[in-house]
Design a protein around this ligand. Structure first.
Ligand code: KIV
Length: 268
């Protein structure tokens, strides 16, 4: 089984094959996702909410991410492992970001690190990439900024905000990011950005025209006890097992059946 790399994902974008991604935080689920054929596994700091029960991702530490990433890495043979850099682990300086990313890769088995934010993070992205650390950028609804955004709200709805996200996406690519997550933005904006960029875009609440899709595992299996976002779908409802639900998700993403219009957002 050939492991997925950032080059594999770029080639998938080139030939128009949708990239599938789900989050995982432990060995058993990571192994299930890998066996089912998911292309990317994201060790998201959403673990602060779905594993630890916090209201936000802000309390998650680098030590938490190293622990969960290492558990995931033990279960994976094929999928690319993307691990989140948690709040306060990279914003201070490129050197600080490098030290945190190094721990996630060396101790946590991360193959790509993900960080939130646009132009102000460009110097850190470049610093990591120039030192051999692949980066996934994350724009739109960036949950680590929930208090600044005033809640978990759709981003980029008006022309100015949309232009800002489009600009930041280009800046992230130019800084060397290998991937871009677009969260909770209008579908038309995500489509334009996906066409603008050479690097793959991975959408969550960003419509069907991103190069790939990601969901939080606990949302798509209906395990999270609190309300799930409108852009998610419970694939367990029509499945006989978690494995069947994950396979249904992969089929739906690859065929373009998920996300549907009911999972997306419009501009104002
Ligand atoms: O924290 C997370 O799980 C994420 C993805 C869902 C994009 O950032």
């Amino acid at each position: 089984m050939k492991p997925v790399t950032v080059s594999t994902l770029r080639e998938m974008k080139r030939r128009g094959e949708k990239i599938t991604c789900l989050t995982a935080y432990d060995y058993s689920f990571a192994n299930l996702l890998d066996r089912a054929g998911v292309d990317m596994i994201m060790v998201g700091d959403s673990l602060g909410m779905v594993m630890q029960g916090h209201d936000t991702t802000l309390p998650v530490s680098v030590a938490d991410m190293v622990y969960h990433s290492r558990c995931v890495a033990r279960g994976v043979e094929r999928a690319l492992i993307v691990t989140d850099m948690p709040f306060m682990s990279y914003q201070e300086s490129p050197q600080h970001a490098f030290a945190s990313a190094g721990r996630l890769m060396q101790k946590g088995g991360a193959q790509v690190v993900k960080l939130e934010g646009g132009e102000p993070m460009a110097a850190s992205v470049r610093f990591l990439v120039e030192r051999g650390i692949p980066v996934c950028a994350h724009l739109g609804l960036t949950p680590q900024s929930v208090h600044q955004l005033g809640g978990y709200r759709v981003q980029g709805r008006d022309v100015t905000a949309a232009e800002r996200i489009r600009h930041d996406a280009k800046v992230m690519q130019d800084a060397g990011a290998s991937l871009l997550v677009l969260e909770a933005v209008p579908s038309a904006l995500a489509k334009t950005i996906s066409m603008d960029l050479e690097i793959p875009t991975i959408g969550i609440g960003a419509g069907p025209d991103c190069d790939g899709q990601v969901l939080v595992l606990h949302d798509m299996l209906g395990l999270y006890p609190r309300p799930s976002p409108k852009f998610s779908k419970n694939f367990m409802q029509d499945a006989a097992s978690p494995e069947a639900a994950v396979k249904a998700y992969i089929t739906a993403v690859k065929s373009g059946a998920f996300p549907g219009p009911e999972h997306g957002f419009h501009a104002t």
